[in-house]
Design a protein around this ligand. Structure first.
Ligand SMILES: CC(C)(COP(=O)(O)OP(=O)(O)OC[C@H]1O[C@@H](n2cnc3c(N)ncnc32)[C@H](O)[C@@H]1OP(=O)(O)O)[C@@H](O)C(=O)NCCC(=O)NCCS
Length: 244
């Protein structure tokens, strides 16, 4: 295995490779976050050099992206979560502030290559990138991959769960933890996704005959449906990890 790392936009990428990479891993509703949608285009345009890919013999097997922002190192000053990272990155850019923090927002490994340690290599590449840029902190609003199995458990309790050997129970948190990252705080409102009842039915494949809370496929928490208002609201909890 000859793994190398490159900026995504260093050269054209075969569409078939990118499609294979991005197949599987994300619930449909995550692509309908209107707040995130408002900022994403500009973020991608400004910070496209912070999108990295891992190549195995030239073929894309993993990808991730990050944004630069300012943070004073204190928990109270952390962004509210994923969406707020976009806001903070754009605010720092607009103000002409020199960033001091890299926030790694997503990582994706090709389905059949998961469990091979590729995500750890990607995180290491981001840490290196931050170091070379002279940015002091690397933080991640992590979407714990097994949280969807426990949608009723508060995120604050979930992050405390460990295996008998003391490692975090969640596999994705564990990958960060093995690299020396530590949990800083929870981000209970990392993303807030709102849609009509019909939209939520399409995104989840479920019917919502009554108002109330529903467990939805791949939801890290429950979906609240208000039929009178014709609205469903999902609040996604994440976990703040800091790499040292
Ligand atoms: C989360 C993700 C990036 C992790 O990448 P990865 O390269 O598989 O990570 P690792 O190799 O470090 O594996 C992490 C753990 O998950 C286990 N694992 C996850 N998927 C696995 C699979 N399909 N087969 C075997 N093991 C798997 C690994 O064994 C490992 O557990 P361990 O600590 O006991 O060894 C990857 O699963 C993924 O792309 N998921 C979909 C997108 C996503 O959820 N991204 C994270 C939110 S930003």
């Amino acid at each position: 295995m000859a793994i190398t790392v490159e900026p995504l936009h260093a050269r054209p990428r075969p569409r078939e490779q990118m499609t294979r990479l991005l197949t599987d891993g994300w619930p449909e509703f995550i692509f309908h976050d209107q707040a995130t949608g408002r900022y994403l285009g500009q973020v991608r345009e400004l910070f496209g050099d912070l999108e990295l890919v891992l190549l195995d013999d030239g073929e894309v097997v993993a990808a991730g992206w990050a944004v630069p922002l300012r943070w004073n190192g204190q928990v109270e000053d952390l962004p509210a979560g994923y969406t707020d990272c976009l806001v903070r990155a754009l605010a720092a850019y607009d103000a002409g502030d020199f960033p001091d923090t890299l926030a790694v927002l997503a990582a994706q490994v090709r389905f059949e290559r998961r469990g091979d340690g590729l995500a750890g290599m990607l995180l290491t590449a981001f840490r290196q990138l931050a170091e070379e840029a002279g940015w002091e902190y690397v933080i991640c609003p992590v979407r714990p991959t097994h949280k969807a199995r426990y949608p009723l458990t508060p995120i604050g309790r979930y992050v405390e769960w460990t295996r008998p050997d003391g490692a975090p129970l969640d596999p994705w948190i564990r990958t960060h933890w093995r690299l020396g990252a530590r949990v800083l705080a929870t981000a209970p409102r990392s993303q807030v996704i709102t849609g009509t009842v019909a939209e939520w039915q399409t995104w989840t494949g479920l019917a919502f005959p009554d108002s109330g809370d529903y467990v939805i496929p791949d939801g890290l928490s429950t979906l609240h449906i208000d039929r009178e208002a014709d609205q469903g609201v999902y609040v996604e909890p994440n976990v703040w990890l800091q790499h040292r």
